[in-house]
Write a protein that binds this ligand. Sequence first.
Ligand SMILES: [Fe+2]
Length: 423
Amino acid sequence: MKYLILLFSVGFLPLCAQTAKIIRGPYLQNFTASSGVIRWRTDVPTESRIYYGKKGPEKNLMVEDGGLSTEHELKITGLKPNHTYFYSIGNLEKVDNQWFQTLPKTGSEKAIRIWALGDFGTGNRNQLLVRDAIKAFMKEKPIDAWIWLGDNAYGSGKDVEYQKNVFDIYQSDFFPNTKLWPNPGNHDYKDNKDSKKLAYYQNFTMPTDGEAGGVASGTEAYYSFNLGNVHVVSVNSEETSEDGTSIIDSTGLQAQWLKKDLAANKLPWTIVYFHEPPYSKGSHNTDTDEEMTKVREQIVPILERYQVDLVLAGHSHSYERTLPIRGHYGIDASFDTSKHVVAKESKPNHYLVDKIKPQGTIYIVAGSGGQLGKSQPDFPLKSSAYSTVALGGSLILDVKGRKLVGRWIGSDGRVHDEFSIQK
Ligand SMILES: [Fe+2]
């Protein structure tokens, strides 16, 4: 009887499913403490099916979609928080080392590791070195969230560029088990100004209903999520808002949502990231660039109002970390340490947050994950605590309880900058 059932099942499988190959993914999207989305692409249309389970080879649970497609996207629900699951995609490829870990519950003080990478999808040697430096570094602790700071796929954010310069490069070591939270850069918008048609929006699944934490944004252009006791906000610095205003207008739809989202946040840590930095003397100059000036004048006051701890950006192909600052909306020459630095150090680069007088915000440009650029003649910023354009690298943030440690890992595998905030 068992034999007959097996014959019956195989006989009704679509013929193409038996020969299909995975040509992209699997990759992890929109993960929470209880659910997550896994996506992949096949060379010919097939059904979508994922086997998963707690004990590696057993994989006794399954989700599926019987429709035939080359673009596969399945949501798994009912997962336990902070648990590791192993999975495999349909019957296509037996890969037993594929796993994902759900996030801890919101508010949990479990240690969280974030990898922030900017301006990377070039296919150049620096991109590979930066990747390999993190691969070695993460052996001691895996990454809980992989944050992209924009300009993900050069030169125009086309799907073929995403394949060659992003998926092919990070697939074996990162995509199957690293939860990704993307942000678009100006290069990701060059393919098509109509955002719905961009490869960026076709390729990724972001939370729009507040399902990962925070206030529902109603759009994939900007969104927020929680990682344990860290609230993270992905702000868009690139497209035109749905109401026709600049998306970085302080009264536009995005800013209205941002204010609501930050006001509702009760977690002790807040990190905001977007592509175009408010402060940089790297390959772009925030004194003269119109868009970056707008970010500084329109968005920075909102971030300060809600005491955001850390702001991450790319765009300039440099690493630039400011002191904790507040109230500086003019050009770099107008920066005054005695007026704009709001910080208390336990020792250099290690900050203690005073409950009575909260510290300023630290702004970091980490845009040398692939691209490497020149700097302005007056590099670094007057507000700089540490900056370099000498080599590429990316940023690792470790948050545990009331302590945040940031380390910038160079393409040589060494830690070149380290800072901490203790609350
Ligand atoms: Fe850029």
